[in-house]
Design a protein. Structure first.
Length: 143
């Protein structure tokens, strides 16, 4: 959040003397100065890559999806930058996930939020299959 969020890009725009409103006018195109955008993409990609590696050390997953309120060209740049950043990190013992560009764009957040009630109502609660002894053992094994 402190390195890869759009809030960081908003702050960088303000510090460079530009209005953060440049980001919210359209999800299809940002009129952001190149130097500000380049710095944000680079920093965000490195932070995302580190988060991916940290997550991979706990859970194996086949893919990472880059999506959100990003114009398609920025999403593609972020995808490429994350792939490059991952290539520079130590992945010993880890399998490199595929880094994909998402297709939901600005709809990613509301669709994800809308899915939560459906998930809680209709998907299986994995904890429902634990016995009381399993629950205690799992809590003791947690890092």
């Amino acid at each position: 959040i402190d390195l890869a969020s759009i809030a960081v890009l908003e702050r960088a725009l303000s510090e460079a003397g530009f209005s953060p409103d440049l980001l919210w006018a359209s999800p299809d195109r940002w009129a952001v100065p190149v130097r500000v955008l380049d710095a944000w993409v680079d920093g965000a990609a490195r932070a995302i890559a580190q988060a991916v590696v940290a997550s991979l050390s706990v859970i194996d997953f086949p893919a990472v999806v880059i999506d959100g309120w990003l114009p398609p060209d920025v999403r593609a740049r972020m995808q490429a930058a994350v792939i490059a950043a991952l290539a520079g990190l130590n992945l010993s013992g880890l399998e490199m996930p595929e880094v994909l560009a998402g297709t939901l764009g600005p709809e990613a957040r509301p669709l994800g939020a809308a899915a939560l009630p459906l998930t809680s109502r209709f998907l299986i609660d994995q904890g429902a299959f634990l016995t009381p002894n399993d629950d205690v053992a799992a809590s003791r094994a947690a890092p």
